[in-house]
Ligand binder design. Structure first.
Ligand SMILES: C[S@@+](CC[C@H](N)C(=O)[O-])C[C@H]1O[C@@H](n2cnc3c(N)ncnc32)[C@H](O)[C@@H]1O
Length: 244
């Protein structure tokens, strides 16, 4: 079972602190040319449902976890946008192939909330970036965000158990593998802890992935309010573009 399947009923509670990204991705969708919007690793539809509701656009959401997609389906129905939010079960690295083939080139591809960090190392991320480039219409955009690796934060949160409401989160760092293991526990009898793994990447790795896929960087922000990326930034918010 995918680690996120067990987290699906808890995910929105766990992610409730993350709200400022939604208007950022909605604005990109609103300004995009004609064509579908694709969210890679759509999860419970936290962003996709809001894009459909706010813009009336067709959003294709891809995710590996049937449990997360089930929650997304219910949220789309509750928001009255089930006809706009098309949810597809699959691995984002298969974008453009088989069940993840698109009928029309995408106007915008997004991957919010650090989801690309679930792809291990350069090779897996590079395959994804190539697939995104092949899927985008000329002039189409690819936007994602990822945390900035900070050795001070890593040192302080390795082995750290934090509480988020009724959830417990336990963090372990594996620096030799550029990896963080995040274990989430609901603190309820019969609910097993779930561990998800994140492989961080540096600014220059992201820039290399963009260039190697034939895309170009349009913007790198330090947060979703568009502030410049600098030494104080804890998040990288990238917008790349497929050349015309
Ligand atoms: C942190 S959640 C983000 C969900 C959503 N994008 C959001 O912003 O709330 C990460 C999601 O990535 C999905 N995921 C992980 N690896 C994946 C892969 N290779 N292909 C598709 N989805 C994947 C998980 O199932 C999970 O739903």
């Amino acid at each position: 079972m995918d680690a996120y399947d067990g987290l699906a009923p808890l995910y929105d509670h766990w992610a409730e602190h993350m709200t400022e990204d939604v208007p950022f991705y909605v604005a990109l969708a609103r300004g995009a040319a004609a064509g579908p919007v694709v969210e890679l690793a759509v999860g419970t539809g936290r962003v996709a449902v809001e894009i459909a509701r706010a813009t009336g656009r067709h959003v294709i959401g891809v995710d590996l976890s049937p449990g997360m997609l089930e929650v997304a389906r219910a949220k789309a129905a509750a928001a009255g946008v089930e006809a706009l939010v098309e949810l597809r079960l699959g691995d984002m690295r298969d974008l453009g192939r088989g069940p993840l083939a698109l009928d029309a080139p995408a106007a915008l591809v997004i991957s919010p909330f650090r989801s690309l960090l679930h792809l291990r190392g350069w090779e897996e991320k590079a395959a994804l970036f190539r697939a995104v480039a092949a899927t985008l219409a000329p002039g189409g955009r690819f936007a994602w965000n990822a945390f900035v690796f900070d050795p001070h934060i890593a040192a302080s949160n390795d082995g750290y158990a934090a509480r988020h409401g009724r959830l417990w989160e336990y963090i372990e760092h594996a620096p030799a593998d550029s990896r963080i293991d995040l274990t989430v526990y609901a603190g309820a009898p019969g609910v097993e802890p779930r561990t998800v793994q994140l492989w961080w990447a540096t600014r220059s790795e992201w820039e290399g992935l963009v260039a190697a896929a034939g895309l170009e960087i349009e913007a790198l922000y330090g947060w979703f309010d568009g502030r410049p990326y600098d030494d104080r930034s804890s998040e990288m918010v990238f917008v790349a573009r497929k050349p015309l």
